[in-house]
Every structure is written in C-alpha cells, then in structure tokens.
Ligand binder design. Structure first.
Ligand SMILES: [Zn+2]
Length: 215
C-alpha cells in the first residue's frame, strides 16, 4: 500500500473557500490509506509544504490520494480560470472587451436561431458597440443593415442583451420604408414598430440570458 501523508499548512490569505473545500475531505480521512489501485502517480507536494492558513495557523495532515492533491493544485494554480457567471445584473464595466464581444456574438447567434432572419436584406446583418453617451441604448440602421449598442448607456448585461433583441426586431421589420411614416402618425412611444420591439425584448430576454448562463 502506498501512502502519502501531506502536511498542509499555509499562507494564502483570503482563501477561506479553499479551506472549506479541504475541511470535509480531511474529516473523512482515516489513518488507513485506501489502496491506490488504478490511480496514476502524480507529483505530490512535499511533506510540510505550506499551502494555506487563516489567522491562526492550521496544520492538517491529509492522507491523500494523488487525485486529491492534483485537485488542490488545480484549485491553487487556476482560481482566475474558474468561470465567472454572467447574470442579468452584472455591470458591463466589470466585463473585458473580449467578454463583451462574446456576449454580443451570442446575442446575434441566439436571435438568428430563435427570432428568424430577414430575407429581404441583401447584405448580412452586422453589429458593433461603442461608448456613446447620447441617451440611446442602441440603434438599427436599415441602410447599412447594422446594429450598434452603447456600452455606456447599457449599464448591465441584461440591458445590453435586451437592447440587442430590440434592435434585432427592427432588423426583422420593414422599417426602411414604413418606420418614418408610422413615427409621424403615432409618435415614438406608440409607433407600432417600437411597441413590437419593446414587447419582443420583454418576451425573449430572460430566455436569451438563461441560455447565455448555461453556456
Ligand atoms: Zn426601437
């Protein structure tokens, strides 16, 4: 029987979650090591390795399987790689440019699959984002067949995705010829194209967001 006893005490401030992860596993260990059949040997921390501590020093003896040690290694070496969930209320300013691009790409693909496509358009739909502070969440340009969203005005992920859905609805509508006459007749808020776009936002946004989270 191969047995590895690893002394773990350490200095990783603020890693309470690490201790929570380890504690139940320590509690379950016994003096007898389970046989390590079928588990490949992996590099182990040396006995006495300093791994974690809180305000008072904690010394734990862990009879550990190689797999457990590799999990601990994984936990320590890649806390940043762990996936951060994106929620409706996640502030846009906390996302990187790369993450924003991914969210918008997801929106475009999701809308395409779930809301359909406008076959009257000769060119493919394009989209972009910027940091305008003009009071507009976004706009759709029927001439260029282009959606633009403002990251400054859309302060949360939920607002960004609902804006994308709103503008995508305009892309599906015959806005090029009929939007302005409807605007003159009904005004902005009662314009049937706007009413429909707002309804579509409400209808689809939570489904898009839950698909985005599940990704
Ligand atoms: Zn609109």
């Amino acid at each position: 029987m191969r047995c590895h006893i690893v002394m773990m005490m350490g200095i990783l401030h603020g890693q309470e979650s690490m201790l929570k992860w380890i504690s139940p596993r320590i509690a379950n260990t016994t003096k007898e090591c389970p046989p390590m059949v079928g588990i490949p040997r992996q590099p182990l921390p040396e006995e006495g390795t300093i791994i974690c501590t809180m305000s008072s020093p904690i010394i734990c003896y862990i009879q550990c399987l190689s797999s457990m040690v590799s999990k601990v290694h994984e936990f320590i070496s890649s806390p940043i790689k762990r996936k951060r969930m994106i929620y409706s209320k996640t502030p846009i300013e906390t996302l990187t440019k790369k993450q924003i691009k991914k969210v918008l790409q997801f929106c475009a693909e999701w809308c395409y699959e779930n809301m359909g496509v406008n076959n009257r358009k000769r060119s493919g739909l394009t989209y972009s984002f910027g940091k305008e502070e003009d009071g507009f969440y976004g706009f759709y340009c029927p001439v260029n067949n282009h959606i633009h969203v403002s990251l400054t005005e859309c302060k949360t992920v939920g607002r960004l995705t609902s804006t994308f859905i709103h503008e995508y609805t305009h892309y599906l509508q015959p806005v090029r010829t009929k939007y302005i006459p409807a605007l003159i007749t009904h005004g902005y808020w009662n314009n049937p194209f706007e009413v429909e776009a707002r309804m579509t936002e409400k209808k689809f946004n939570r489904y898009l967001l839950s698909d985005l989270r599940a990704k």
